[in-house]
Ligand binder design. Sequence first.
Ligand code: SF4
Length: 223
Amino acid sequence: MESKVEKGCFFLSAAISDAFKSGLFPERAKLEVYKELVFWRDQYKKLRITHDPIRAAYIYQQEVDRSMEAYKKSKYGPQIKCAKGCSFCCYQHVSVSQDEAMLIREFLEEDKVSYNEQLMKAQLGKGEHEYKTLAFKDKRCMFLNDKGECGIYEVRPCACRKHVVLSDPKECSVEEFPDGLVLKGLDVTSELITSGMYNATSGGSMADMVHKALQEKPINNNQ
Ligand code: SF4
């Protein structure tokens, strides 16, 4: 079948790529997925013309929230086990877009939120695979505070917003259960909104991207 989707290489989130590989999507559905991905990518490009990139990232984060709300109201909602205070997923590699990194930088400056510089340094240059080789204590997100809460909750990346698990949360502890099987909830729309943004801009590991944003525009502590 001749695909109407434009040719080229797309970034697809790991969740969607895995679902493709597992045969979860029939070919016809894959085409729809790509079309939607192109839609979200192009919408983001347009948004960046009419809005400040930081605002554009925030608008997409709100879109993910809206989609996740709908997902939580779906038949999968009652199966979601994530709860406040559980922060196992904050020990995983997180990708952010360039615009999200700038949004986080702005939040750190305006709300005078601190982050763990030591952790940021430990995670610099660690892509998804290298991240797994870090000691457990060094995998902790630099924004996770002493109470186990996200210090940048209002502007946390799309990658964090779309992450929910349907299996027992204990299994999420990669330290206690290194071979545990975690069943992640998959909201396709949230995945595509996020991937659309990544396809419209550059992105990378959270530590690298936030570090870069802070280097380019250091925080003004006198504000
Ligand atoms: S940004 Fe917040 S939600 Fe995301 S990994 Fe870090 S502490 Fe967790």
